[in-house]
Design a binder for this molecule. Structure first.
Ligand code: ARG
Length: 468
């Protein structure tokens, strides 16, 4: 509704909207965060109208001043919303008209809320997805720093959550950091693809007025205008892509979360949380709980839900705009908020935790961790790997049956002997992981170098990602 309490469509309607309709269709509670983008979009549209001769210079300046005033009211929190403000677009236009007088009534010339809301959301995505990418970079910096501090500390690497082979702690931490490099890449690619202005598409078919979508696109910092007006107002691919990127980040964070739940348990005891990043129990005085890690694990469900919810909304929608599309915003905003909060909390948690490296080493030094090294030692002496696997496997079975320490059994074995038995000593196995990309000190030192340069280039790419 407008200032006079009329709807934007009052001319066509004999009576006003039912309260239930307004209550159900209103989007202001969640789309008001688009206000800076809405005002930016309107500034560009006003410039386009003036350029097309549809506004006099005075009218243009009057509306621009009113937009400035609305900007300061909204940024200072003085802006008063009224019950009839259906969405942020309606609210801004109403207030502009209150301030600018009749010229304000020309603001919506040649524009529909359909191209307007699509434009606003793309502007919002460009900014906010880049901010998420920056948060990922910050988390990577912490992982890198912790990896550098970890030196040659090692822990068991697991498969099937059974101890498999020792790996450097740095290697383990960097595994997550490389994952985030792909997440950053995906976000930047999503930003590149969504960098198209829908403004000028109107409700669905463009306009009879001499508007120039390329002009407003460039004012708004978009790399190009839309090619097809129907596509421009109905395309939400970028929201779906962003939700996928964020859901996958959520899945990655959930894996870190699960790991830290295990690592901080008494059973593992590989890490201790800083008091600031742990919670206590209301009843059990001894408890120190990894709630950040648990929520990182748990909230992945909601992020996946946001993606599947939007895809389901989009499925089967006919061209062009349908009100269903209003359902794009809540899942997107929620996903960006949740991933942002998770990244900050996990970054702090990892930055401040203490690693119990002696306990990690003790777990990794279980004699059977060297089993693969023993088999590979036999391979080095010409034995086919299958045979070597069986020889060592039989010794492992003996030691597990209580028939002696693995080291002694190896020492006494005719094909192995004392030289091979030295492989069973603490800290030996991890140093034998020497191949490129492997888990031992030599390849990890090279990996650290490569990761540092990857991080520097990603940091630069994120900094110049198309904003405005
Ligand atoms: N609030 C709507 C949205 O976010 C925009 C309004 C378009 N409404 C309309 N009846 N054409 O999608």
């Amino acid at each position: 509704m407008t200032e006079s309490g009329k709807t934007l469509w009052h001319g066509r309607f004999a009576s006003g909207p039912a309260e239930e309709l307004l209550a159900y269709t209103v989007s202001l509670p969640f789309d008001q965060r688009l206000w800076p983008d809405d005002i930016e979009g309107s500034r560009a549209h006003v410039a386009g109208l003036a350029r097309a001769g549809l506004l006099s210079e005075d009218e243009r300046d009057g509306i621009l001043l009113a937009l400035d005033a609305v900007w300061s009211e909204l940024s200072s929190g003085e802006f008063v919303f009224v019950a009839s403000d259906e969405d942020i677009h309606t609210a801004v236009e109403r207030r502009v008209t209150e301030i600018a007088g009749p010229a304000g009534g020309k603001l919506h010339t040649g524009r529909s809320r359909n191209d307007q809301c699509a434009t606003d959301l793309r502007l919002w995505c460009k900014r906010e997805l880049r901010t998420v990418a920056q948060r990922l970079v910050t988390f990577q910096e912490v992982l890198l720093e912790r990896a550098e501090q970890a030196g040659e500390s090692y822990l068991p690497g697991y498969t099937h959550l059974q101890r498999a082979q020792p790996v450097l702690l740095a290697h383990h931490l960097l595994a997550h950091a490389w994952t985030f490099a792909r997440d950053i890449d995906r976000l930047l690619a999503t930003i590149d693809r969504l960098d198209v202005s829908p403004l000028g598409a109107g409700a669905l078919a463009g306009s009879s007025l001499p508007l120039d979508p390329a002009f407003t696109a460039s004012l708004l910092g978009f790399s190009k205008p839309f090619e097809n007006s129907l596509d421009a107002v109905s395309d939400r691919d970028h929201v779906a892509e962003a939700l996928f990127d964020l859901a996958l980040i959520g899945v990655h964070l959930s894996r870190i979360g699960e790991e830290w739940v295990l690592w901080t348990s008494e059973e593992f005891g590989f890490a201790r949380l800083d008091d600031g990043y742990a919670t206590g129990s209301s009843m059990l005085p001894q408890k120190k709980n990894p709630d950040i890690a648990e929520l990182a694990r748990g909230k992945a469900g909601r992020l996946i839900g946001n993606l599947t919810g939007l895809l389901t909304t989009l499925k089967g929608l006919p061209l062009a705009y349908n009100r269903d599309l209003q359902e794009d915003k809540e899942p997107l905003f929620d996903a960006v908020d949740q991933v942002s909060l998770a990244l900050s909390a996990l970054t702090g948690m990892v930055a401040t935790a203490t690693f119990a490296t002696e306990r990690m080493a003790a777990a990794a030094d279980a004699p059977t961790s060297a089993a693969t090294d023993l088999a590979e030692w036999l391979v080095g002496r010409g034995m086919p790997f299958r045979e070597a696997h069986a020889v060592v496997g039989a010794l492992v079975r003996k030691t597990l049956a209580g028939e002696g320490e693995l080291r002694d059994l190896v020492s006494a074995h005719p094909q192995l002997g004392p030289e091979a038995a030295a492989l069973v000593a603490p800290g030996v196995s991890v140093r034998r992981r020497t191949t490129p990309g492997g888990a031992g000190p030599e390849p990890v030192a090279r990996q650290l170098e490569r990761f540092r340069s990857q991080l520097a280039s990603d940091r630069a790419r994120v900094a110049v990602a198309p904003l405005r």
